[in-house]
Design a protein around this ligand. Sequence first.
Ligand SMILES: [Zn+2]
Length: 278
Amino acid sequence: MHPSFDQDREAVTAAAQAEGVSPLIITGTSVKDSRKAQEYAALHPGKLYATAGVHPHDAKTCNAATLPALRELAAHDAVVAIGECGLDYNRDFSPRPVQREWFEKQAALAVELGMPLFLHERDAAEDFTAILRAVGVCGTLRKSYSGAKPYRLQGVTNMVVHCFTGTEAELERYLELGAYIGVTGWICDERRGQGLRSLVRRIPPDRLLLETDAPFLLPRDLKKIAPGEKSRSGRNEPRFLRHIARVIAQCQEKDEEQLARETRENTRRFFGIGEAGT
Ligand SMILES: [Zn+2]
């Protein structure tokens, strides 16, 4: 729901769909934006879904009305996860104790509602893990990986550490906790993404989720690999997910179509989105 899409949001989603990137999940980062995302997604049932949450940057805006608002949003059909929420000690746009308070409350809400958690973590792995453990998110997820059981077992919450850019130790820790790992076009940056390019080989096929983080993180190599593909504005778009899949497949030395199938299935299982888009 970023303003950079205000002029052509319908065209952007149609272009993604034409590339096979559908349905789309819109990330909510504040109560206001989560509401916008829910309302917009509700107009496109089966094609668009939304998350409801408050980003750590916005934690300082939370108040007594925040949790009731998220709870109300979460009851809508189009809302498939709580988040984006978490901790960001890299930017520190909200005071750390405030970030911790509202992360814990949102994580607890996800556990209570049995909904997946869409998580953001930067330079805060220790506190982040401690909070997940405190609310009881961790350590119960493996049961849901068999595929034979529904993913929403009582008291079990799926979680994804979105836009993972961390260290090998952090990756191991999150996998151990049962988290899915979200990878963006960060991996397409030959300089910044170098660590991730080798680490991505260590993510089990059933734990990987792909994302663009649009309008942010336009893959840096897009121009080189696909001239004419690059968005003139420098804006990242959902349709570029295919390019991210291609780069990850190269890093993992696996077939691109196979990766696409696996991550699509992971996404549906994680968010509880049916094959028919229900
Ligand atoms: Zn984030």
